[in-house]
Design a protein around this ligand. Structure first.
Ligand code: MN
Length: 204
């Protein structure tokens, strides 16, 4: 989990004299004790367009690339592919990653806020994130600007690919099959700009 990866692959993939993405200072590697952690969802218009879902765990952002973004419809299962841990500073990053660099394209802060891990075992006891991730079924409560309420992250063992998870909205007061925030709320919660506007202003 957080410690085994520890931002090494984040650094390896990037040339910090070329990209304006934050350098990864060493993770605090503190065991998470607070129940209120940050989450961020960054829209990333790269060679393939996706949304990066990141949750703060033990001093880093555990991260998944979600091709279609998160849905507020509990019947929609969205593929979420685990990617390398990101430094917490990354949560503020918005801008253009230059051509030829890893992840070349435009990034905006599509949503952010705090979350709580409310995963329980079969006996109804709370599990910490390590245990929840190992169990392969993480129950999260998000409080963002756009997204609120419960989501499940379910590890998919299909086809033996351990990187594949599914993200599914819980059936709660915030579930809404008609809302389609990925389409209807495209603006950054940081700058108010869309990816196209951020890409455009970088060219000026
Ligand atoms: Mn990405």
């Amino acid at each position: 989990m957080a410690k085994s990866d520890n931002l090494k692959s984040y650094r390896k993939k990037r040339r910090f004299n070329k990209t304006s993405e934050p350098k990864a200072h060493s993770s605090t590697s503190k065991k998470t004790t607070s129940r209120r952690q940050r989450f961020v969802i960054q829209e990333h218009d790269a060679s393939s367009h996706h949304f990066d879902f990141r949750i703060e765990v033990d001093g880093v952002f555990k991260s998944w690339a979600v091709p279609k973004g998160l849905s507020t419809d509990p019947r929609e299962k969205r593929l979420a592919v685990a990617v390398e841990d990101h430094p917490l500073e990354y949560g503020n990053f918005e801008g253009v990653i230059p051509e030829g660099e890893y992840g070349a394209g435009t990034v905006i802060v599509w949503d952010r806020g705090i979350y709580r891990n409310i995963t329980e075992n079969d006996d109804g006891e709370r599990l910490d994130m390590d245990a929840a991730m190992k169990k392969g079924h993480v129950h999260l409560l998000l409080r963002g600007k756009k997204l609120k309420g419960g989501w499940s992250l379910i590890h998919s063992k299909m086809r033996g690919d351990s990187k594949n998870w599914l993200l599914v909205k819980s059936k709660d007061d915030h579930a809404d099959a008609r809302r389609n925030p990925v389409k209807s709320q495209p603006k950054s919660v940081k700058s108010g700009k869309t990816v196209k506007q951020v890409a455009g202003s970088a060219k000026e």
